[in-house]
Design a protein around this ligand. Structure first.
Ligand code: FAD
Length: 392
C-alpha cells in the first residue's frame, strides 16, 4: 500500500499531525519504536497556551490545574505568586501521549507501536521506510521522532540545534510531603547555566527536575540533589530518574526537504526560555498538516511551504524567547525581583504562559528600549559563550 503520509514518532507532535491529516482524509501510518503506553522524560506541564492550541479536550488526562508558583532564586528564600486564572495543566506523558495516539487512531490512522524505524530512503519523490517490521512506502514523511530522531537525518534532512539537557525524577506523595505542594509548581531560577529547577505536582507524586545547557550536563545530578535538599525532600527517594535532550533550532536550518518534513523536537522547536516543547509540537503539527494537504492536493510541488511557515510563524517567537533567555541568565536576581515586586511583570509572565501575549508582544511593549534589549541579549550571549569556552 502507498500511504499518503508516514509519521515517525507518536509523541505530541507526531500523533497530532497524524490525527489532523487523517481527519482531513489522508491515509496515515503512525509508527513508534516504543510499546504504548510509554513514558518520556518530561515534566508533563501543558501550558494553557499549548492546550488552547489543541482542538481536543485534555481533561481526561489532566491530573492538576495550577494557578500559582513558588519561586526561588539560586535555592534561596521563597515567595509565592498566584494568578486569577489557571496557567498550566499537569499531566504525565504516559497518559497524554496514549490519549493523543488513540485520538489519531480514532481519526483513521494506522498505528504500529513497538516498531523502530531504521532507515528512510527518498526516490522519485516517494519515501520508503524500513523498520523491524518490514518496508512501507508513502508520498510524504513526517519526522516526529524527537530530539535524537534518525528518520529526518536518514532521509537527508539535517536541522541544526543548540542543545540543553534536563534530568527529572518522581517523588511519591507521602505524609512527609506537605499538602501545599499539591497546589502549586515551584521554579528555582538563577544559578542553572541556562535553565532552571522545577517541582511539578501530579495526581500521586511530585515531579522534580533540572535543566541546563548541554556542556553543563555533568552538574545535573548534584543539582537535582541540591534542589531536593532545598525543598526538604530525600533525593534517595526519587524514582524513575531520567534525562533527555532539549533541542533548540538554529534559525534558518532545514525542516523540510522534498517530501520530508520535521516537527516538534525533531525540528528543534523547544522554547529556549521555558524549555517547553509541547506547545510548539502542537503548532508545528498543524503547520505540517496544512503543508502536506496542499502538496497531496497538487497545490504545491514540495513541502517547502512548511519551511516558510516555520520561519514566518514559529521562528520569530523562538528567536525572541532565545534573546530573553540570554538576558534573564545574565542577571537573574533582577528578573526574580521583578516577578516578586511588580504586578505588571508577573501578569505579563502569566499572560505569556496562557497564550494571551507572545514574546514578540512583550518585546514590542518595551517600545524604544527594544533595540537596547536586543543589543544587550547579544552581549550577554557573547559573554556567556566566551566564559564557557574558557571553562572547557
Ligand atoms: C526532562 C524534560 C522535561 C520536560 N518538561 C516539559 C514540560 O513540562 N512541558 C513541555 O511542554 N515540554 C517539556 N519538555 C520538552 C518535551 O518533552 C518535548 O518538547 C516533547 O516531548 C516533544 O514532543 P515530540 O512529539 O516532538 O517528541 P517526543 O515526545 O520525544 O516523541 C518522539 C517519539 O518518537 C519515537 N521514536 C524515536 N525514535 C524512533 C524511531 N527510530 N522509530 C520509531 N519511533 C521513534 C519515540 O519513542 C517517541 O515516542 C521536557 C523535556 C525534558 C527532557
Amino acid at each position: 500500500m502507498l500511504y499518503d503520509v508516514i509519521v515517525v514518532g507518536a509523541g505530541p507532535a507526531g500523533s497530532t499531525a497524524a490525527r489532523l491529516l487523517a481527519q482531513r482524509g489522508a491515509s496515515v501510518l503512525l509508527l513508534d519504536r516504543a510499546r504504548f503506553p510509554r513514558d518520556k522524560p518530561c515534566g508533563g506541564g501543558v501550558t494553557i497556551r499549548a492546550a488552547a492550541y489543541l482542538d481536543l479536550d485534555l481533561s481526561p488526562v489532566i491530573e492538576r490545574t495550577v494557578y500559582g508558583a513558588r519561586f526561588f532564586l539560586g535555592l534561596g528564600p521563597a515567595f509565592d505568586r498566584w494568578y486569577r486564572q489557571p496557567w498550566t495543566y499537569m499531566t504525565q506523558r504516559c497518559r497524554l501521549d496514549s490519549f493523543l495516539a488513540e485520538a489519531a487512531c480514532e481519526a483513521g490512522s494506522d498505528f504500529h507501536d513497538g516498531e523502530a524505524v531504521r532507515a528512510v530512503e527518498v526516490e522519485d519523490g516517494q519515501v520508503t521506510l524500513r523498520s523491524r517490521g518490514g518496508a512501507y512506502r508513502a508520498r510524504t514523511l513526517i519526522a516526529a521522532d524527537g530530539a535524537n530522531g534518525i528518520s529526518g537525518r536518514s532521509g537527508g534532512l539535517r536541522p541544526q540545534f543548540e542543545e540543553a539537557v534536563a534530568l527529572e525524577g518522581n517523588l511519591p506523595f507521602s505524609p512527609s510531603v506537605p499538602a501545599e505542594w499539591r497546589e502549586l509548581i515551584a521554579l528555582d531560577l538563577g544559578g542553572w547555566t541556562g535553565g532552571y529547577g522545577w517541582v511539578f505536582p501530579k495526581g500521586d507524586h511530585l515531579n522534580l527536575g533540572v535543566g541546563v545547557w548541554k556542556y553543563a550536563a555533568l552538574t545535573l545530578r548534584p543539582k537535582l540533589a541540591d534542589l531536593c535538599r532545598r525543598y526538604g525532600f530525600d533525593a534517595a527517594k526519587l524514582e524513575n530518574l531520567r534525562g533527555h535532550h532539549l533541542p533548540m533550532r538554529v534559525p534558518g536550518t532545514p525542516v523540510a526537504r522534498g517530501p520530508l518534513l520535521a516537527v516538534g523536537d525533531a525540528a528543534g522547536l523547544i522554547d529556549p526560555l521555558t524549555g517547553e516543547g509541547i506547545h510548539m509540537a502542537f503548532l508545528s503539527a498543524r503547520l505540517a498538516a496544512d503543508a502536506i494537504m496542499a502538496y497531496l492536493a497538487g497545490e504545491a510541488t514540495d513541502l517547502s511551504p512548511y519551511q516558510r511557515a516555520v520561519e514566518r510563524r514559529l521562528q520569530p517567537e523562538l528567536t525572541a524567547s532565545r534573546k530573553l533567555q540570554e538576558l534573564f541568565h545574565y542577571a537573574p536576581p533582577l528578573y526574580v525581583a521583578l516577578l516578586r515586586h511588580s504586578q505588571r511583570f508577573w501578569y505579563a509572565f502569566c499572560q505569556l504562559i496562557r497564550g494571551e501575549t507572545t514574546y514578540q508582544g512583550l518585546l514590542r511593549k518595551v517600545g524604544p528600549l527594544r533595540p537596547l534589549l536586543v543589543y544587550s541579549a547579544g552581549l550577554a550571549q557573547r559573554r556567556r559563550v566566551s566564559k564557557h569556552a574558557r571553562l572547557r
